[in-house]
Design a protein around this ligand. Structure first.
Ligand SMILES: Cc1cc2nc3c(=O)[nH]c(=O)nc-3n(C[C@H](O)[C@H](O)[C@H](O)COP(=O)(O)O)c2cc1C
Length: 341
């Protein structure tokens, strides 16, 4: 009897584990399709202040790990490697975690020392390891070839505004909010759409997924958007600094999932997803791949909910175990709206 119970338990657990594995594989494939659908970003180099960041999404696209590409970002400051970080990939997480131990192997080395360094693969995770090693080498060889000063000054030049119309965007009258697509709502979930909030300039920008907010009218007949950004979000630093922001609608949840589960503090999310950043005539960043862009000019912001004004237990309960901190509210006047047909 005991034997039969054990066999049944074993079979149940196996089926559950297989189902979990299948789920993970499906979502990993979805993520890859997402990156494949969007064009890879053209320029492998960007700067964060004076640190050059070489991204191997395009220059390392032929290097394969066990399942697919294993792009990395190599941070170089003053000719030396500051850090190497992995970008999203489809490798089996348990193997990739072992291989990821190698990412620190180049820290502190000059570009030349890094190219010459022999790094051994982690046994048991050889494919992922070799892909990391090859990607870092490609990045360093790229860095050795480029004229850093020239690239840096080019990156500081203002980025010309691209013509949104040629990308399929149609400008719509901001006063005709009924022109907004039916899909526009602040609910984000299983119904296949989601919203991003983006802020910054041509040098630094960041976006994150938002689910909370309101679209309405305020202070006259002004169409206004209110968004709520938790204290610890990287995006909040941008919202506090810049005059304009954009809300973007994405037709599928794959970009939205990534933007809502990774922080821009750990790497450039738009670049990791292969999104193309464009700028409005006010210099506000948005992504070419969005199908609706609402540009707002900040009217009111940086105001954190104050517990002394809680009028019910709803906010109190909400923030009791909420590590991201109490939200700040920002209200922007809608100044431009573009949507794709
Ligand atoms: C569906 C969804 C909706 C979200 N809505 C909000 C929101 O309204 N406000 C907020 O502060 N965070 C929200 N988040 C969480 C942020 O998007 C997430 O923490 C993100 O990684 C922050 O990125 P950042 O650190 O680069 O700003 C949401 C996440 C998801 C997945």
């Amino acid at each position: 009897m005991l034997g039969i119970v054990c066999v049944i338990s074993f079979l149940t657990i196996s089926v559950a584990l297989t189902a979990m594995q299948f789920k993970e594989t499906k979502s990993m494939h979805a993520a890859r399709r997402c990156v494949e659908q969007l064009d890879a970003p053209g320029d492998p180099v960007r700067f964060s202040d004076d640190t050059m960041i070489v991204n191997t999404a395009t220059i390392g696209k032929d290097i394969k790990g066990f399942i697919g590409t294993v792009p990395v970002e190599v941070y170089i400051f003053d000719g030396k490697v500051v850090k190497v970080s992995a970008l999203p990939n489809d490798e089996t997480p348990s193997f990739f975690q072992q291989a990821a131990r190698l990412l620190g192997s180049w820290t502190g080395l000059t570009v030349k020392q890094g190219i010459d360094k022999d790094v051994d693969a982690v046994s048991g995770a050889t494919f992922s390891s070799n892909a990391i090693i090859a990607n870092v080498r490609v990045a360093l060889e790229y860095a050795a070839k480029v004229d850093v000063k020239e690239l840096r000054s080019r990156s500081l030049a203002p980025t010309p505004t691209k013509d949104a119309q040629s990308l399929g965007f149609k400008k719509i009258d901001v006063m005709s909010l009924e022109e907004m697509p039916a899909g526009f709502s602040f609910y984000t979930g299983d119904n296949g759409h989601g919203l991003l909030l983006c802020s910054g300039d041509s040098q630094h920008s960041n976006a994150m997924t938002i689910g909370w907010g309101a679209l309405g009218t305020l202070w006259g007949k002004r169409p206004a958007v209110t968004v709520y950004v938790a204290e610890k979000r990287y995006t909040r630093e941008f919202m506090d600094k810049y005059e304009y922001f954009t809300i973007m609608h994405f037709p599928d949840n794959r970009v939205v999932d990534y933007m809502g589960s990774h922080s821009g503090r750990d790497g450039n999310k738009a670049q990791a997803l292969g999104l193309h950043t464009l700028y409005t005539e006010n210099g506000t960043p948005y992504y070419a791949e969005a199908d609706l862009v609402i540009e707002c000019r900040m009217m009111y912001g940086g105001d954190q909910f104050d517990p002394k004004h809680y009028r019910s237990d709803v906010p109190r309960e909400r923030y009791k175990n909420f590590p991201a901190g109490i939200h700040y509210q920002y209200i922007g006047e809608v100044v431009n709206v573009w949507k794709k047909n």
